[in-house]
Design a protein around this ligand. Sequence first.
Ligand code: AMP
Length: 233
Amino acid sequence: MAGRPRVPVRLVSWDDVVEWSRGLARRVEESGWRPDLVVAVARGGFVPARLLCDFLDVTNLLSVQSQHWVEAARAAERAILKFPYTVDASGLNVLVVDDIVDTGETLALARDFIAREWKPREVRIAALQWISSVAKVRPDYYYLEVREWVWFQYPWTRLEDLQQFILRVLREDEKLAGRVVGEEELRSVFVEWYGVRPEDFGWYWGEALERLVRRGDLERTPQGYRLASGRRG
Ligand code: AMP
């Protein structure tokens, strides 16, 4: 393959997730600080947070959900909390967990909200990955520092990501614009874009195509796929 992919993707396995969560739990343990309550940032923080509870022997697990809002056509995305409920966490050490700190907006937002509204003894933040070259905040605990930006394709969001990856190629690749694309060609352009192969996704590949057709985003013809009319923008 020639050069760096346009959107470099690292395919993460369930075994990676367990190993990295175990490593993250060790970092927390070694710091001597003990969380009484773990808060998963939905949706990405769910699995790591649950594993941290297991590895750190914590029985209190809650979640807050973040969402990204596009403020205006060209404005940067901003994170908000979807259900800003309040809990009395007085006297508790709270560990807020997400999968990755990229811009860091999500975890910083959750941390500040919980500190202000739940009034715990202390809040700390943890993530499996920290993209140190772009993040505005450095988590108190992380397992891997990432310097060169890459999209971590976690196993809990495989079908969703794959559908978006496929649509993006069909919408944005100059060679494919506005025409029917055979599946073999789609597969090879996919590799150029993401640096991972459709077959690495196993059954998810066929399922993603199937869903895109069912949802009306793609049309299937005997020669291959094309963006549904009205969805080519
Ligand atoms: P952030 O930019 O730190 O607010 O990230 C927001 C959320 O988007 C994270 O919790 C992830 O679920 C997801 N995300 C952001 N960047 C990446 C990335 N490089 N790889 C995988 N997921 C990401």
